[in-house]
Design a protein around this ligand. Sequence first.
Ligand code: P6P
Length: 343
Amino acid sequence: MTSKPKKLVTLDEYIIQSQNRFPGATGELSQLLRDIGLAAKIISREVNKAGITSLLGADGSKNIHGESVKKLDLFADEQLISALNRSLITCMVISEENDGIVSLNSQGGKYIVYLDPLDGSSNIDVNVSIGSIFSIYMRQTRYDPNPSESDALQSGVRQVAAGYVLYGSSTMMVYTTGLGVSAFTLDPSIGEFILFDDDFSMPKHGTIYSINEGSYNSWGEGLKKYIKYCQKEDPENGRPYSARYIGSMVADIHRTLVKGGIFIYPSSKVYPKGKLRLMYECNPLSFIIEQAGGMATNGDKRIMEIDPSAIHERTPIYIGSKQNVEEAMKFISSDKEMAVEAG
Ligand code: P6P
């Protein structure tokens, strides 16, 4: 169920219309969202011609997590940070591509922005969809000239806005400011993001489960039982679920938002705390999914209620349609209960 707009509305027009609904609004958050939109258009242009430019392939450097950095990652990081720097309303950026906080020109800026500049970048060379993710907070120490990491360690419920840009068969921008989910598609012929849904709601239940089954042997028993439950043949309805896994979180989450179902990245032997980043992958995508009527948990608590202790911390995540996530939690929690009983 979605609400399709009746006439062509650009991202900039929509942001201004939305701001006008709040007479006290200063326009700064609107400006921040427009900055991200501009950077997204520039990144989209490079992503869509990466195959014929020198931006493909690793540049030899590695990010703080030891992962080889593709040149497009750096390009996306630079574009987003420079766009945010120009409007002097963001005091600092935390990005997957930078070890610590990146202080911007405006130390007094009231916003903090987390970025995954190009999530799924390992898929660049095989032309699979990738995405940029952003998460926006209001800084707590308003007048401290030197914003610090502790200012950025806020739980996801304090996000003032969050969203992603998906560079796929078309480039889409999806964001929320806490009043529903708005979705836009880039029309490259005019260089504008055009509104295509201004109140996106996701299916309450879906028949797609999305997880990297290559890690099956390192899952807990409850998760193994849940995935076997999804794979069970039903004599009347045949196979009730399908498995889909792209390996690019923005693409997997966007499909989940549109078609319903569940995406899971659990803790494992390789990633005891999960692989995905709380602050610039899980929190922003959970904000979107919750605003569309879905649910996101780490297996114990709501993702957005996790109190972060580090800007790059990881978390397990079970996210998607409410009924699918609740169904999975029944298996996970029963496994935990059995583990407790077994002592
Ligand atoms: P795996 C991409 O590298 C990423 O950070 C997410 O976009 C994606 O969901 C996940 O890692 C894929 O990880 O271990 O399944 O390859």
